[in-house]
Design a protein around this ligand. Sequence first.
Ligand code: AMP
Length: 216
Amino acid sequence: MHIILLGPPGSGKGTQAKNIASEYGFVQLSTGDMLRAAGNSGSKLGLQLKAVMDEGKLVSDEIVIGIVQERIFQNDCAAGYMLDGFPRNLLQAKKLDTMLAGQNQQIDLVIRLCVNDEVVVRRIAGRRFHVASGRSYHVEFNPPENEGKDDLTGEALIQRADDNEDIVKSRLNIYREQTEPLVKYYEEKSILVTIEGMGTPNEIFAKIKVALAQHS
Ligand code: AMP
């Protein structure tokens, strides 16, 4: 299965991608994680990427498409993968289709998570991450056992620089303008399933499992 997880920041794409990965063995390909890793590399390009991401703006299509192209045809992706955070605009979506068609592949399912803006802002402002593992917490909804510390390693949790309220609002605007048109694009291909993304992560995952069973 080749799956796209579509939804605004804070809709739960990353959380659900981890659930799907552990249940089905599909690889999670998060362009945000890949770009953050590049951003932390200390190189000149890395610093430029980090500056763009910290402001909540989109990184150039050329860079992101290059990263995805290199990653999706690697051996571990043969059993299936989920794209989390890509594509984010029509150009990226079309480029992805061309890339896949060149290898006789296609996207099988687009899972769209719907949440309202108020919930997004609340979810994002309280998010905390353990960088090394990608484990995520929420100060209110899913707090760690010890404040500010990862449950398994005890290491410090961080808050993403782009997870503050002002930047989240601008990320939401970018989502509406550039990413939301993809809903129609994939609807027309009859591969889009929309899932109500309000509720607990387990409730949402249960709905995703039903969608996957229907489409596999
Ligand atoms: P995310 O972790 O998906 O919220 O992504 C964090 C940041 O990485 C975004 O705000 C963008 O700056 C950048 N990014 C991730 N994916 C893409 C993409 N497909 N196109 C452009 N920029 C991206």
